[in-house]
Write a protein that binds this ligand. Sequence first.
Ligand SMILES: Cc1cc2nc3c(=O)[nH]c(=O)nc-3n(C[C@H](O)[C@H](O)[C@H](O)COP(=O)(O)OP(=O)(O)OC[C@H]3O[C@@H](n4cnc5c(N)ncnc54)[C@H](O)[C@@H]3O)c2cc1C
Length: 422
Amino acid sequence: MRYVIIGNGPAGVVAAETLRKCDQHGSIVLIGDEPEPPYSRMAIPYLLMGEIQEAGTHLRKDRNHFRNLNIELVVARADKLDTSKNVVSLDNGKSLTYDRLLIASGSKPISPPIAGINLPGIYPCWTLEDSRHIMKLAKKGARVLQMGAGFIGCIILEALAARGVELSIVEMGNRMVPRMMTEGAGGLIKKWCEKKGVKVFTSTKVEAIEKSGNSANPLNVKLSNGQSLPAGLVISATGVRPNIEFLKGSGIVTDAGIKIDGTMQTNVPGVYAAGDVAQAEEFYTGAQLVNAIQPNAVDQARVAALNMAGENSRSQGTMAINVLDTPGLISSSFGQWMGVKGGEHTELVDEDNFRYMHLEFKDDVLVGATSLGLTQHVGVIRGLIQGKISLGEWKERLLKDPTRIMEAYLARTQGSNFKLAA
Ligand SMILES: Cc1cc2nc3c(=O)[nH]c(=O)nc-3n(C[C@H](O)[C@H](O)[C@H](O)COP(=O)(O)OP(=O)(O)OC[C@H]3O[C@@H](n4cnc5c(N)ncnc54)[C@H](O)[C@@H]3O)c2cc1C
C-alpha cells in the first residue's frame, strides 16, 4: 500500500504515525512545502515570548524520528492532483502515485486588499519564517499595529504584549473575537486589554498603509476613523483561507474547505482530508464547518489514517472549542455559542471582576457557551455539550444562575449519587 500525505503540520504528522502503527509495511510519504522540520504553528507565540527556541516548535524532537518510522519526508509543493490516475504532481517536476491520499494542507493568511499592504515591515504571523521577521522588529518599546482581533490575532496579541511593544489593535468588527465570542465577552476582553495598555480600535478599518519617512517608525497606518498611527511593524491577522488551489480540476468537492464525511473521506474514494483544510460535519447541527484548531486537526487525522489503513473509524462530528489568554484573562467559547433557532439563553455579567458566563440551550440540552474569568467550569461545559446531556429540572436552575453548572453536571451525570447541598 502506498500512502501519500500532502501537508506536514500536526494533521499530516499524526496521520503518518497512525498509518505506521496500523501498517508496518506500507510506504508512507509526507510532503511539506516549508523548508522546516514539521512544526506546530500554535507554538509560535511561545517562541515570540522567548519561552522556547525554534526547536521547541518542532512537532517531534528526535531528528531521526521519521526515518526510524520509515516515513519519507519530501520538501516540495503539491501543485496538481489527478484523481483518475492517482497521481500528485510536485513543483520540483516529480510526481508521486498513491493508493490512499490524505490532504492535510492547512490554510494560509488572507492578504487584505489595502493600499500599501506589500510594503516592507508588514507580516502575517503564520509561519516560522514570519516569526523570525516579527522578532527582529517587535523589540521593547517598538510601535506595533495589528490588523485583526480574531482567534489568531488575540493569541498573537498576548505574545506581543509580553515583548513589551506599544501595541495597537484594529478590528473591523464591533468587538474583539467577533466570530468566536458573544458581544458581552468580546467587549470585556477589549476593556481588559485596554487596562493592560493595549490600544484597541473596534468597528474600525485600516484604509491604507504608507511610508512615513521616519526611520524609527517607517510606516504610517491610516484608519477609517480619520486617525493615522505610526508603526515600526504591522501584523496582518485578518483571516485565513484553505490551501485548496492545487485541487482545481481534481474533482474533489470544496466549499469553505474540502468537504468530508464522518470517516474523513472526500467525495473521491481513497482520498481523505483532515485539519484546517477540511470542512466536516458539526456534531450538533450537522452543518459543515472548518474548525481550525490543532486538537481538531489531530483528531481528524487519526480518524482519516485509521480508515486509510482499512480500519473502521468515524468521527462524532467536530465541535468548536476556543480558549484564549488575552494577557492574563482566560476566555472560552464552545459549540453553538451564538445560539440556535428556538433556543434560550442566560447571561451573567460581572464587569468589575471580569467574570462572564453565557449559556445557550435547546430544549433542556446545553448547546453552546461563552465564559470569561471562570476557568473552573470549562471542563464540565464541554462535557455537557458534547454529551448532549439532558438537564431536566437543572435547566431552569441554570437559567437563573449559570454558575451552578458544576452542580448541574454532577447531578445529571451521577444521578442519585449526587446529593445537592441545601
Ligand atoms: C500563531 C498561531 C497560534 C495558534 N494557536 C493555536 C492554539 O493556541 N490552539 C489551537 O488549537 N490552534 C492554534 N493555532 C491553529 C493551529 O496551528 C492549526 O489549527 C493547526 O496548525 C492545523 O494543523 P494542520 O496540520 O491542519 O495545518 P498546518 O499546521 O497549516 O500544516 C499544513 C502544512 O501543509 C503545507 N502545505 C500547504 N499546501 C501544501 C501543498 N500544496 N504542498 C505541500 N505542502 C503544503 C503548509 O505549508 C503547512 O506546512 C494557531 C495558529 C497560529 C498561526
